[in-house]
Design a protein around this ligand. Structure first.
Ligand code: CP
Length: 323
């Protein structure tokens, strides 16, 4: 709808495309988070809500998804809206007949009040925002680029636990190069002072040098490590991620690096602190063993997932709701 990444939220979410964490300030995140407890109450107590009454949200997902798709679908309905759900348009829409991305966006714009878009191409969400003049686009993951709504729910989960988003030591592990959740999360953490982020990854999967300098230029301290022995003891947050198999051209390259850093109970007990929280955007494919799931520090299957729905409810309410 409103076309550029200079489209800052600036305290007003109404009708804005949500493409990147770069659009947000501390104040915007505070506004969003202030709505989340109410959204949790609506969902938890099954309170009827008309925040999105009469609104239709298209979920257009060119890549597979469980959480983002499921929680957006739930979020819309929890606050009184309806969804049109197009999973895998390459197979189940007129994309099969050769319809272009541009026309596909125009078609669904005509039927909806917002489009939530997941796409394998980095530029897809901003391109959709340029095409769709009448409805906002919400980026639900653009290739290896960003996943802003995941970062918002991750930040909320950290905030809920520590009551702050500054002055934190965090360990992010896995695929820094291709992990869009990581790219958005670091952007979010950069908004707050005195955060230090340790990045644990195989050498091949370090952040691109461009992103590394882009992030460090924002003032956030980034320390790259490649060995678990270098994990500092004082980290409040561990954020584990999957090696993104689908981004590899050669499966042998994937096999070489997959599961290089696996969190077992022993690993957690050896390297994490007593009060470290263990997060993961999921899905996991072996990098956190199920034996860890019941450890009180493991919150990836608990609050982190549930917060996805509440934070997306709050975001949709601000972007689309009556106010
Ligand atoms: N975290 C996340 O984006 O999961 P899905 O791919 O299942 O949506």
């Amino acid at each position: 709808m409103d076309n550029s990444l200079s489209n800052k939220i600036n305290g007003n979410f109404k009708g804005k495309d949500i493409i990147s964490l770069d659009q947000f300030s501390q104040k915007d995140i505070k506004i969003l988070f202030s709505l989340v407890p109410k959204m949790r109450e609506i969902a938890f107590k099954a309170m009827p809500s008309k925040i999105l009454a009469g609104k239709i949200v298209v979920l257009l997902f060119y890549e597979p998804s469980s959480r983002t798709f499921g929680s957006f679908s739930t979020a819309v309905k929890q606050i009184g809206g309806q969804t049109v759900e197009i999973l895998n348009p390459q197979q189940f829409s007129s994309v099969v007949k050769g319809e272009t991305f541009e026309d596909t966006i125009r078609v669904f714009e005509a039927y909806s009040d917002a489009i939530v878009l997941r796409h394998p191409t980095v530029g897809a969400a901003s391109k959709a925002a340029e095409i769709a003049r009448l409805v906002p686009i919400v980026n639900a993951g653009n290739g290896i680029g960003e996943h802003p709504t995941q970062a918002l729910l991750d930040l909320y989960t950290i905030y809920e636990k520590f009551e702050r988003l500054d002055n934190l030591n965090l360990l992010i592990a896995g695929d820094m190069l291709n992990g869009r959740t990581v790219h958005s999360l670091i952007r979010g953490l950069s908004l707050y002072p005195k955060n230090t982020v340790y990045l644990l990854s195989p050498d091949e999967l370090r952040l691109s040098r461009k992103e590394y300098s882009d992030f460090t230029n924002r003032g956030i301290k980034i320390i790259e490590i490649q060995n678990e022995q270098d994990i500092p003891k004082n980290t409040e947050v561990w954020y584990w991620t999957r090696i993104q198999k689908e981004r590899f051209e050669n499966i042998k390259d994937y096999e070489k690096v997959k599961n290089k850093f696996v969190v077992s109970q022993k690993f957690l007990d050896t390297y994490a602190g007593k009060h470290t929280i263990l997060m993961h955007p999921l899905p996991r494919v072996g990098e956190i063993l199920p034996e860890v799931d019941n450890d009180p520090r493991a919150i990836y299957l608990k609050t982190q997932i549930r917060n996805g729905t509440y934070v997306r409810m709050a975001l949709l309410a601000l972007v689309l709701g009556k106010s």
